[in-house]
Design a protein around this ligand. Structure first.
Ligand SMILES: NC(=O)c1ccc[n+]([C@@H]2O[C@H](COP(=O)([O-])OP(=O)(O)OC[C@H]3O[C@@H](n4cnc5c(N)ncnc54)[C@H](O)[C@@H]3O)[C@@H](O)[C@H]2O)c1
Length: 400
């Protein structure tokens, strides 16, 4: 008899819709062939939005309240795609109700919140994951394997970025993202968390933030006349609110292996709608990636040819990578996958973990680790001093 996993999504905005897409296509993974994935509920305080997303992605019903998910015993697994401030209330309730939880990034507003979620989820023995969707791309999977097998030797230094332009002009209205008490941070937690999670996966943990600088380039934004979804626009009122989160943060960090990592997070990157990328420089070679070309990366290896005929080569990701092969309709090299595949792969990993106990790639502890780096970057920028990750970690463990 098939095993059934019933799923719900709380928050029907930009990220919630991507999770709904992921669940809808998750059954493409052969390891899930005997699992019935039931698409139950889309919950959002904006009832009209919940209704339309539920219909568009084939879920059974829409709800305006989180209670509809928490108290529904038929629901096994829940994606949380809410504004960062709402996690503190919603995630503990879901865990107490015994639900498996896949939370969006960042995991709350701080490492302290993330630590609380991870501890509670472990104690309740539920599966927990964080939506570091970029790390689910086939190219990132392939680069991870290459690096583990020593393809570029020891990582000496790297440069990484997440550049996006959603906050590049004053036309983008004020929202929870621009208020530190609601978001926990600006570019550093919103997009910085993504690139930090990718770098930590590929090159090992960040142990120390050596220096950081943060800037808010647009200090006040106009209040919208209506609710906005994601980074959307709306008619603006004449009232403004102060922006208390960073638009741009530059960080220099040290990695556990001794290498240096320079990371830029910007939501005001004019001309760069959405680019997560890096150049990782090793002792034997280097690797470069930009999510704008999500199915390929550049690889240089000293050993492959004499200097006069050597150089970077473009590697196209193909069906050997599960995040590619089990997420696209035509699994052939050159056909292309993209960001949708990352959300499908993420849903597949979450459901596999629920039905078979296989480890999930980014659990709440990985989310906590990333929040430690984000907190350290904010502290280093505010106090103009280096910050040790182990020291922050000890503080949370003592308090927890
Ligand atoms: N992985 C990614 O690529 C990605 C992309 C965008 C956003 N995110 C993350 O997803 C989360 C949500 O971001 P978003 O852009 O989708 O936000 P959003 O503002 O578009 O949507 C949030 C939704 O939550 C609803 N909501 C707010 N409080 C609620 C509550 N208490 N109960 C029920 N519904 C409530 C709102 O009505 C809104 O529709 C954030 O943590 C963000 O960092 C991740």
């Amino acid at each position: 008899m098939n095993r059934k996993v019933t799923v719900a999504v709380i928050g029907a905005g930009m990220a919630g819709q991507a999770h709904a897409y992921g669940y809808r296509n998750a059954a493409m993974h052969p390891a899930l062939s005997d699992v019935d994935i039931e698409l139950s509920t889309i919950a959002d305080a904006n009832g009209e939005l919940a209704e339309s997303v539920s219909k568009r992605f084939g879920f059974t019903r829409a709800a305006e309240s989180v209670d509809a998910v928490v108290y529904d015993e038929s629901i096994d697994a829940v994606s949380v795609a809410l504004p960062n401030f709402a996690y503190a209330e919603v995630i503990p309730r879901l865990i107490r109700a015994g639900k498996h939880v896949l939370a969006e990034k960042p995991l709350g507003r701080s490492a302290a919140e993330a630590f609380g979620f991870a501890t509670a989820a472990d104690a309740a023995e539920v599966v927990h994951g964080v939506g570091f969707s970029f790390s689910r791309l086939g190219a990132i999977e392939a680069i991870e394997t290459l690096l583990k097998t020593g393809a570029i030797g020891d990582v000496r230094h790297l440069s990484a970025w997440y550049l996006t332009d959603y906050a590049a002009t004053e036309e983008t209205p004020f929202s929870w993202r621009y208020d530190k008490s609601l978001a926990g941070g600006g570019a550093i937690v919103d997009v910085g968390a993504h690139v930090i999670s990718v770098i930590e996966r590929l090159a090992g943990p960040i142990t120390r933030v050596l220096a950081a600088e943060a800037r808010t380039v647009i200090p006040a934004r106009r209040i919208p006349a209506a609710a906005i979804v994601g980074h959307g626009r709306a008619e603006l009122t004449s009232h403004t609110a102060a922006v208390t989160t960073d638009d741009v943060t530059d960080v220099v960090t040290e990695l556990a292996g001794g290498g240096l990592a320079q990371i830029t997070a910007s939501r005001a990157a004019t001309g760069f709608p959405n680019s997560l990328g890096f150049q990782i420089i090793g002792s034997e070679g280097s690797v470069a990636f930009d999510s704008v070309h999500a199915d390929e990366f550049q690889l240089f290896q000293r050993s492959t040819a004499p200097a006069e005929s050597n150089g970077f080569r473009t590697v196209l990701v193909g069906p050997e990578q599960p995040a590619f092969g089990y997420t696209v309709p035509m699994p052939a090299r050159g056909v292309g996958s993209g960001y949708g595949s990352a959300f499908v792969a993420q849903a597949q990993d979450f459901i596999r973990s629920i039905v078979s106990g296989s480890p999930i790639a980014n659990d709440f502890w990985a989310g906590y680790q990333t929040m430690l780096a984000c907190d350290a970057a904010q502290l280093a920028a505010a106090e103009h001093r280096p910050v040790d990750i182990a020291e922050l970690d000890r503080t949370h463990r003592r308090a927890g």
